[in-house]
Design a protein around this ligand. Structure first.
Ligand SMILES: [Zn+2]
Length: 476
């Protein structure tokens, strides 16, 4: 399994299969050769004691060498049999965070077990209540690098100054991408405002990276031998994957999509609302004692708006106990908005109207043309045709508004009297930065929206965003 997990890609490889078929660039994937000590200790069944011992010794060596002087010591809990046994026996299961089940902790080795490497972690592995610090995230990635570079590295090579082949693997390159993102100024700003959401999103992207590899490996990619002008019998592997979005593709394009989404969502202050929505959906058992106050600390009254909460109140004290506005126990509304919205206000639209929620403009359109129907998105792949069309959520999809609070409009939150439960917003939250709304959709999905945008009465108020107008999904 590690052989495939540490696959590398060489786009300049020019070679042929044994049947003399030229190998396309995207299929030039090469499994890594494992170091002998690793394959002996790790890849023999029922040697979990040996694995723990080997990794501990290996880690110690790696962590005390000059190459890794900035990495903290790995937590001894990581080497315990309950962690190492599923690892040693190959019982790995990497899933995206929302898909992890509580039982997975015990029976398989997964993404969260890496958290046990961090100093101070306890078993079972859980995400700390307030998330991870930047330093924790850095050490986590360094230690994952360190663990897998043991698999391919030999001490001979290190002595001779030969680079570890692990560094050229797709896994290493994509983990390094996350590290690069974490060094950007935008990431630091986002991390300062929302450390919990931001660090959980980093974990989530690491988990999704492993999930992509895991899906690819569990699809049993074929190993074959190839030749190039210099040599024969070069082991290669094919790249077909049944990806997380349920579409068959090749592993490189899945990784490319992952990379693009990670860059977009981890470096944008506007994506905070999006992160909040994602972290709120995660199962509670992933966290150490999650409590309502821990999960809803500071409130951002509008996606992208600066946080007006005084600095001194950000830490420690849950907002519900300090603000007289929020009724006790009610969670303050959190607004989410598309990172890449579908609509903008039309040029020439009244500035006063643009400050109001989009519903106001929709009402005016309705007054001028009573037959006008709010535009709807059509989900071509929906199994139930009755549920295939969904009205667009303007709060979410219109640029420059505060976003959707997750409930249907018409009910006001924050009033003194207890309110009947607000209806959850079931409209389409289209975000053109997400492949789910672009790659998995067709112009037909957007046909009604495009036709609506061309109505003269609509053009007075709304226009397609630049991103939408430039996309092949926008049709005349
Ligand atoms: Zn909505």
């Amino acid at each position: 399994m590690v052989v495939l997990l540490l696959v590398s890609h060489n786009p300049t490889f020019a070679g042929w299969t044994t049947d003399d078929v030229p190998i396309p660039m995207e299929a030039a994937l090469f499994p890594q050769k494992l170091a002998e000590r690793w394959s002996q200790a790790v890849h023999l069944p029922d040697k979990s004691q040996l694995v723990g011992h080997f990794l501990q010794a290996g880690f110690r060596g790696a962590l005390t060498s000059d190459l890794h002087s900035d990495i903290p010591r790995c937590n001894p809990i990581f080497f315990e049999e309950r962690t190492m046994k599923p690892f040693a026996t190959g019982l790995w299961l990497f899933s995206a965070l929302p898909d992890i089940e509580e039982e997975d902790y015990r029976s398989t080795f997964g993404m969260l077990h890496f958290l046990l490497m961090l100093p101070g972690s306890t078993y079972p592995p859980r995400i700390p209540q307030f998330g991870l610090t930047l330093a924790d995230l850095d050490s986590l990635i360094s230690m994952i690098h360190c663990l897998f570079s043991l698999a391919t590295g030999s001490w001979h090579q290190v002595k001779q100054g030969v680079a570890n082949p692990y560094d050229g693997s797709l896994l290493a390159q994509h983990l390094a991408h996350i590290s690069d993102i974490m060094r950007t100024r935008n990431f630091h700003t986002t991390m300062k405002t929302r450390p919990f959401e931001c660090s959980v999103m980093v974990l989530s992207y690491i988990a999704r990276l492993f999930e992509i590899f895991f899906r690819w490996i569990s699809g049993a990619p074929g190993l074959h031998l190839a030749s190039d002008v210099d040599s024969t019998n070069i082991p290669m592997v094919d790249g077909t994957i049944y990806g997380p979005r349920g579409v068959e593709g090749d592993i490189l394009s899945e990784l490319e999509a992952w990379r693009a989404e990670a860059s977009l969502h981890l470096t944008s202050h506007q994506a905070i609302g999006f992160m909040k929505a994602c972290t709120d959906d995660l199962p509670a058992f992933l966290f150490h004692k999650p409590t309502a106050s821990a999960r809803t600390l500071p409130v951002i009254p509008g996606a992208g708006a600066p946080d007006p909460t005084p600095r001194g109140r950000l830490k420690g004290s849950p907002l519900v106990s300090t603000t007289p506005l929020a009724p006790t126990g009610a969670s303050p509304p959190v607004y989410t908005a598309a990172v890449s919205p579908l609509f903008t206000w039309a040029i020439g639209c009244e500035p006063a109207l643009m400050k109001k929620p989009a519903g106001e403009a929709l009402l005016r359109i309705r007054k001028e043309d009573p037959t006008n129907a709010v535009p709807a998105f059509k989900d071509i792949a929906a199994p139930d045709p009755a549920k295939a069309t969904k009205q667009v959520c303007f709060a979410y999809c219109l640029a420059g508004t505060r976003g959707c609070d997750g409930t249907m409009p018409g009910r006001r939150r924050g009033a003194a009297a207890p309110l009947p439960r607000a209806q959850p917003c079931n409209r389409a939250h289209i975000d053109l930065s997400l492949a789910a709304w672009t790659r998995s959709a067709t112009p037909e999905s957007y046909a009604h929206i495009c036709a609506w945008l061309k109505l003269p009465v609509v053009q007075k108020y709304f226009a397609p965003s630049a991103a939408f107008a430039a996309s092949p999904l926008y049709t005349g």
